[in-house]
Write a protein that binds this ligand. Structure first.
Ligand SMILES: Nc1ncnc2c1ncn2[C@@H]1O[C@H](COP(=O)(O)O)[C@@H](O)[C@H]1OP(=O)(O)O
Ligand SMILES: [Mg+2]
Ligand SMILES: [Mg+2]
Ligand SMILES: [Mg+2]
Length: 364
């Protein structure tokens, strides 16, 4: 805790991070209904990015920089494509959205010294520079934030799950994680009930959930991974077939005798669902095309699960290494589950890999 509080004159970290994530969530959900086709670009790796991704990164980086102005940020997006003259309609929309989110009235319990609330609008240059503050390369030592302004952009575009994800990393260890899930039901037991959750984990202090509608004055609900009966065991997995090998999951489920169908959802909402017991195992098997996982796709989610009493490893059982730069390097895939289940899943994963290797050698 001493590291988290070493700047005693500044506001407490979780509140600033929660305010930043909350404002980005409200921005993203308001954009969804009004999004038009030319407000989405396709990046070099063929993945989509929308005005919501860019504006959310501008908002969160601006808030972090106002309060912790020497902190480094490893963010997913960069403003390169927005600087072209042809991008001016997109740029103007991002400037409007980001300013609206930054200057919106304070909510109950929210404070102006967290770098939010009514004030003068920022210029396009200031906001593009804020986006580009996310260009830090990461590394083994020092203090840095990692941000995925919209994780699960494809889910966002489908009107399904997505998440605004922010984590503080100190010397390659995740110390704080905040994830906002605007479309996630507050209670999985009431799927058609109110939606919008913020999840918070502080290393050594546990994990909790607050409603997106009132994150500052409502009492946080502590969350932890329950014990699952065999009948209740199930897998949490990706929707997008290109992101994880779902046929592998099917075989693992068979070996583990899992009968409950998998829950498919986009984004780190999977880690959140696991942390509060909506599903038992998050299994993300590499597709085999050499994709390197990014630190912003796992940093807050992995701390949330650990603080909820679970274990997170890659698909070989190795701990995730957040000290290698912007990617997780040789950490391929993810196995996240409660302490009692993780080793069983890992054994099943190893068995399926052996089966696959044998199957391949038969055809050599
Ligand atoms: N080939 C891939 N393998 C694994 N993950 C991927 C791949 N391509 C993109 N991703 C990332 O998976 C994340 C969402 O995964 P899911 O919702 O299935 O859990 C996104 O952050 C996305 O990155 P990006 O943000 O660059 O699109
Ligand atoms: Mg993306
Ligand atoms: Mg993203
Ligand atoms: Mg992502």
């Amino acid at each position: 805790m001493s590291i988290l509080r070493f700047r005693t004159s500044r506001p407490a970290l979780p509140q600033v991070a929660i305010a930043a994530v909350t404002r980005a969530c409200i921005l993203a959900s308001s954009v969804f209904n009004k999004l038009v086709k030319n407000e989405t670009l396709t990046k070099d790796d063929k993945s989509p990015v929308t005005v919501a991704d860019y504006s959310a990164q501008a908002v969160i980086n601006t808030i972090l920089s106002r309060t912790y102005n020497d902190d480094l940020i490893v963010g997913e997006e960069d403003a390169g494509d927005l600087r072209a003259t042809s991008a001016s309609p997109l740029r103007n929309r991002i400037v409007d959205l980001a300013n609206e989110a930054l200057t919106a009235e304070l909510r109950p319990g929210e404070r102006a010294d967290w770098g939010v609330g009514p004030g003068s609008a920022l210029t396009a240059d200031q906001l593009l520079s804020a986006i580009d503050r996310g260009n830090y390369a990461g590394g083994r030592t020092g203090r840095m934030w990692t941000l995925d302004p919209i994780d699960g952009t494809k889910g966002f575009l489908r009107g399904e799950q997505y998440a605004v994800c922010l984590a503080l990393i100190i010397n390659a260890r995740v110390e704080l994680g905040v994830i906002g899930c605007p479309n996630l039901p507050v209670s999985a037991a009431d799927p058609s009930g109110p939606r919008g959750c913020i999840f918070v984990a502080v290393r050594g202090q546990g994990a909790a959930q607050v409603p997106l509608t009132d994150p500052f004055t409502s009492t946080p609900t502590p969350i932890s991974i329950p014990t699952f009966t065999q009948e209740n065991l199930n897998l949490l997995e990706s929707v997008e077939k290109a992101h994880a090998k779902l046929s592998f999951n099917e075989r693992v489920a068979q070996i583990l005798g899992i009968t409950r169908p998998p829950t498919r959802m986009d984004s780190q909402a999977k880690y959140c669902s696991l942390a509060r017991g909506d599903g038992a195992v998050y299994l993300r098997m590499p597709t085999g095309v050499g994709y390197k996982e990014k630190i912003w796709d796992h940093a807050p989610g992995s701390l949330l699960v650990e603080e909820a009493g679970g274990i997170v490893s890659d698909s070989r059982g190795e701990p995730l290494d957040f000290g290698l730069g912007r990617t997780l390097g040789e950490n391929f895939g993810v196995i996240a589950a409660g302490k009692d289940i993780h080793s069983k899943v890992l054994d099943a994963v190893k068995r399926v890999k052996e089966e696959e290797a044998k199957g391949q050698s038969m055809f050599k």
